[in-house]
Design a protein. Sequence first.
Length: 475
Amino acid sequence: MQTDSEVLPQRSGGLDICALIEQHEGRNYELHAEHINPANVRTLQTIGFDRCYVRGEGPYLWDIEGTKYLDFLSGYGVFGLGRNHPDVRRVLIDFLNTDYPSLVKMEAPMLSGLLAQELKKRMPNQLDMVFFGNSGADGVETAIKYAKCATGKPGIIYCEKAFHGLTSGALSLNGDENFRSGFAPFMPDCRAIPFNDLEALEAELLKGDVAGFIVEPVQGKGVNIPSPGYLYEAAALCHKHGALFIDDEVQTGMGRAGRFLAIEHEGEIDPDIVILSKALSGGYIPISAVLCKKWIHDKVFSSMQRSVVHSSTFSQGNFAMAAGLAALDVIDRYDLIAKAEKLGDFLGHALQAMIPRFEFLHEVRWRGLMMGIEFGPPHSLGLKTAWKLIHTMDKSLFPQAAIIPLLDKHHIITQIAGHHIDVIKLLPPLVISEDDVQWFLGAFEDVLIQMHRFPGPAWDVLTDIGRMALTHRAR
Ligand SMILES: Cc1ncc(COP(=O)(O)O)c(C=O)c1O
């Protein structure tokens, strides 16, 4: 039965969304604990990330108390253009006001044709056909099906530590047991090889059953950057052995890495399939795009009977297509790709310059504005104790010593870059300014100074969290 407070507030025309938001402001974690994911609520509360954000603009968020945050996470990379980009919003409002029909289905919608045309122009090689989906994993599923159908082979090779999404097919290509646990059996004939290892790739290709090799041009988990020439040679090996080279640019694409596609850092490379998602619609609407060579497409959609053999109800929704066209326009007009490279280099070099001063800081690696900061064991005795203590409690705990105070004291949102590694990841929007970079640099330096004082308050928080995690696991 509905109580009074559960009746949706009305205004002329129906639901009053602003009143609804106002009525329930601050109830986020209570609602999630009850209806969405209580374990996630506990995690966020434990590390102090249980904030209620009520406004977003560009690279900034504001919480319910009016505190301003710098968002160096960008919704896992979705907000490449920053939040609520006014130019994309204007396009969407104009488009809504046209009453233009979407998803008629028994027709060929014009806007998806135009977005496909624009995306093709930005590819480093000849990719002829475009499929539109609704998420990164949906794009990966498309690529898996295309590769199997085009080559007539079953095998998909992927890299250790890879992340291609969490649907069943994509999970079969996931290189992290923490995500796979509990969901076996996986798709057959999927085999993992080390990232950056051409010999291992060729050994798999020589087995003769490989449909495709899927790879992230920068691995999201850990921010692992390939050696120069690796991706180029991997593509050549795939072609030599009749397999497809699948470039997963879900996170790295759309200018994030200082090129439209991160793979362009390899020079003239020839991917067979490219997958885009995340920033493609400016953060407004779920979308993915899979670009492929014509011969691959011809094999999949080989006759009129097979013309809808791969599809999805929401594929090519006009709102997503309009947002995609607007996002590309914003990237071009504001020169965001060059900006990502310039600011990424500025931030990366400044962080690298801190390494000699801080024992825990081991490596900074980046492509454009996708950056990994790796911590490692210190040499002095006291700090060694801290390192050991934290790692004994939990192998994913150490980087929390950076991301918790970055949020709590400096109001900067970052994330750890994966399970059981000592890396934090920065994915700022491409619209950040030099002042924002300075905000991060000042904050990070302060965090490092605190981390290098052991014993000290920075470590008390972490040991408390470690103890709580241990108690929870023991239950
Ligand atoms: C490289 C890569 N591929 C695929 C995916 C899956 O995308 P989604 O979460 O939209 O399904 C991700 C998500 O982070 C990703 O980083």
